[in-house]
Design a protein around this ligand. Sequence first.
Ligand code: APR
Length: 235
Amino acid sequence: MSSSVKSIVVLTGAGISAESGIETFRAEDGLWANHPVDDVATPEGFSRNPQLVYEFYNQRRRQLLSDEIKPNAAHTALAKFEHDFPGFFLLVTQNIDNLHERAGSQNLLHMHGELLKMRCLNSKMVFDIQEDIDFDSHCRCCRSPGNLRPHIVWFGEMPFHMNQINIALEACDLFVAIGTSGNVYPASGFYQTAKIRKAHTAELNLEETGSTFDKHVYGQATETVPSYFEALLSA
Ligand code: APR
C-alpha cells in the first residue's frame, strides 16, 4: 500500500449486486425498463397510487430475502479490505439491498435508503421490516394504517448522509466508484469533488460510462474488485 493513501471513499451502484442476481436499473431488461420510474420511484407516484409502490418494493424485498440472493466476491473483497486497511475507509452505496452488511462492511452509508426499512410519514420514525406492507399496514408508533412509506430516496428527494459524504470526499486521497452508470446526481458528481482535493479517482465498471476518472478498470465486479483492492493493499 503506497503510504500516501490514508483515506479512501468507495461508492457502489447496482452493478456490484448484479452478479448476486439483483437486476440493475438501466440495463436493457433492467428495472426501469419494466417499471415506469414516475409511478414507483417518485413522491407523486406514491400519492397517486400507493398500492402500486408498496407492491413494487414488496416484490424486491421478497427477492432480497430469498435464499438465492447472497453477497458476491466483490462485496466480500470490500469488507476484507476495510478490515485490513489501516487508514480511513468509507463505503457509500446507492443500493438499497443489504449485501454489503451481510458481507461484513462496517463503515457504510446507504445514501438512497434501505429496502428493509420503512418510515412513518407522521412520526418520521424508521423501522426494520421484512414482511410485505400495504396501505392497511399499521406503523408501530401511531398504530394506525396509511402512514408507512419505504425508507428509500425517490427521484426529487434529497439523498441521506450528504454532509458526512462531502466531508469524506474532500478529505480522501482515493475515490473508487464500482458498478454505477453515473446517471444520477449527486452520486455521479462525487468523483469530481474528490478530484478537486487532488484525490486519485478510479472507476471499476462493466462498461464505459463516459466519466473522466483518472483510471478505468472494465470487467465483472467479482473479478475487478478483489484484484484491485488486493493490489492496493500490497502496493
Ligand atoms: N460488474 C460491474 N459493473 C456492472 C456489472 C457487473 N457485473 N453489471 C452491470 N454493471 C454496471 C453497468 O455497466 C452500469 O454502468 O453497473 C452500472 C449500473 O448502472 P445503473 O443500472 O444505472 O445503476 P446505478 O448506477 O446504481 O443507478 C444509480 O439510479 O435509479 C436510481 O436510485 C437508483 O441507486 C440507483 C441510481
